[in-house]
Design a protein around this ligand. Structure first.
Ligand SMILES: [Zn+2]
Length: 119
């Protein structure tokens, strides 16, 4: 056994089995665990940011779509066709306009009949 080999063997036994080596190993494992943790956190952050960006773009697109639809469509619905008193065929319709129109026509016919009988 050469001197070099003897020294290596001695160093190996002291570095491998001693209290210092155990503490150094624990420290290294802790550091490695912390590094892994830090890297995982960074990766999570990156993924979260990417997802947030995608969500934001989706929201912006949806907002733009909604805004375009609102702009295109009139705000209020078109008024439904009203009840036209001139076209009302219901002789008992109680709407004021229909009743007045009916009365007016009856009165006019009455006047016409009177005028006819006088001439
Ligand atoms: Zn009517």
């Amino acid at each position: 056994m050469s001197l070099k080999q003897a020294l290596r063997a001695r160093l190996g036994t002291t570095a491998g089995g001693g209290d210092f080596a155990a503490r150094r190993g624990a420290q290294r494992r802790e550091a490695a665990a912390a590094e892994r943790k830090r890297k995982a956190a960074a990766q999570r952050d990156r993924v979260n940011q990417r997802v947030a960006g995608v969500r934001q773009r989706e929201r912006a697109r949806a907002d733009a779509r909604v805004a375009a639809a609102r702009k295109k469509k009139p705000a209020r619905r078109p008024a439904r066709p009203g009840h036209d008193y001139r076209r009302c065929r219901d002789h008992d319709c109680e709407r004021a306009a229909c009743a007045a129109y009916r009365d007016g026509i009856a009165y006019g016919l009455e006047l016409a009949a009177v005028a006819e009988s006088r001439s």
